[in-house]
Design a protein. Structure first.
Length: 84
């Protein structure tokens, strides 16, 4: 499972996920691969204190949406791990 921010300013996550998904397909990866793009999110997609998240402009501009993205990403990760 790949979870990434659409406009990640720390690294080209959307390009990287696209590359990794393509590589899994090319190598005929036998397991399901899921990709989740968070529209309103910063580079950090785990629960984080609001004061630390504010280092990212998008977190300052869309604090509620970014918090929701962080919590959704965290919960989806936990659900994915439990399903293993």
């Amino acid at each position: 499972m790949f979870i990434y921010a659409k406009e990640d300013l720390c690294w080209p996550s959307s390009d990287s996920v696209r590359y990794m998904m393509n590589r899994l397909k090319t190598k005929k990866w036998k397991y399901e691969a899921e990709e989740i793009c968070c529209e309103k999110a910063s580079h950090i997609l785990v629960p984080l204190s609001a004061s630390k998240a504010k280092m990212f402009k998008i977190e300052r501009k869309y604090p509620k949406e970014c918090l929701k993205s962080r919590m959704d990403a965290f919960n989806k990760t936990i659900e994915w791990i439990k399903a293993l």
